[in-house]
Ligand binder design. Sequence first.
Ligand code: ASP
Ligand code: MG
Length: 480
Amino acid sequence: MPHFRKFDKYISFKFKKRRKPRWWAIRLVMKFGGTSVDGAEGVSRISRLVERFRREGHQIVVVTSAMANVTDTLIKMADMASGGRFPEKLMESLRNKHLKALKAVSEESLREEVQDYISSLLDELGGFLSALSVVGEVSPRMLDYVLSFGERLSTKIVWAKLRDMGMEAEYFTGWDAGIVTDDSFGSARPLMEETRRRVRERLLPLLEKGVIPVVTGYIAATREGHVTTFGRGGSNLTATLLGACLDADEVWIWTDVDGVMTADPKIVDNARTVPYMSYDEAAEIAFFGAKVIQPYMVAPAMEAGVPIRVRNTFNPSCEGTLIGGDCRPTEQTVKVVCMKEDVAMVSLKRAYYSSARDMVRLMEAFLDVGVEGILMSQSFPKGGLCVIVPKSKLRQMLKSLKDVEDLTVEVEEDVSLIAVVGAGMKGRPGIAARTFGAVAKRGINVRAIVQGPSEFNISFIVKSSDGREAVRAVHEEFIG
Ligand code: ASP
Ligand code: MG
């Protein structure tokens, strides 16, 4: 596995200061999340990080999210505007937030250039919001357009700071960098072939000259030029996508924690960073709610064999979590214990025999209302089907079931989903017994159990009030 070799080579050098490009120089995509780009201090901090690795001679692409809370604010603004109220105050606070961050840039002409850019973007946004208030509604396509301003504002400031510090850098929106997507507004997916061709055409020559492309995360456009977004947290996908297109050696996701943790440190005192996990494990953990990674960001990196490293902007000496190819057999059986609290359990029962066809009908009903991310456990023939849904989708889902004949529906909202994940569980007997033994020892009742076909994961449902204790029990059993 070539990327392992690269990785081993790289960590053995750790972060010793090196000034001249050397043979181990690598191509890196570095993505900075919202809390990392927040304010003048954040912008300066990440620019220093970029400088440090650029000075070692590496080729670097920078991807940035919108500043902390900006995407939420933009959603609120679109909401207000479509309800007929122009969000004057939010507009002002958006302007101030970015102008304040721009103070990180000391060179006057650069600052003026970015000030003009911010003003013209906010004028454009203001104009659009006024139009929304006339139309009185906001479609997914319009919302994507509104959301695109967050990343454009933050990234331009980061670009300016890099220039200010004397680095050669060029600013790109996702679409200017060459990312083309389908037209699923709000959760667009890249058209890989076209994207790869365009991204290489536009960014490779710069990288080879030592210029740093600074690209907006999260946003791109369709072939026709309509602005799209990848869905919340989508800057990570921009990063892995660019990494894959440019054959990067690693993609670094800079965030505000020390990588992926064995459990939520707010629940388990001795939770620690997972040093290594496979793409499959990462996708699974992301699905169950690790905030620092998203399920859909893994695929491009996995296909291209580009390792992802999750690191902490505020603690850069920590190696973080490396996500790559298959795990070594010696590794920890269970790596992460996650808990998802915003779920509800819906039990469906029928009086009569229920067939696989009934099940398909139910699934269709869920899809019709856009219910995603569900887990199911079932027992034929006497119609026992238990579906775990995100609470946010519960109402919609119940509506979709209203017309299904002969169905008893029971809902439990005060439940938590516990997911135990680790590739080492595969083919190893006794894991389930240990998991449920540990939980039982603390007197916790398990309401439903699912084991996915990957055997990477056992998930179960407990009462909300038992959730934290169940996480601690399993963590102690396997991780200590
Ligand atoms: N700014 C977007 C969000 O908050 C995308 C991202 O941060 O990755 O969801
Ligand atoms: Mg964000």
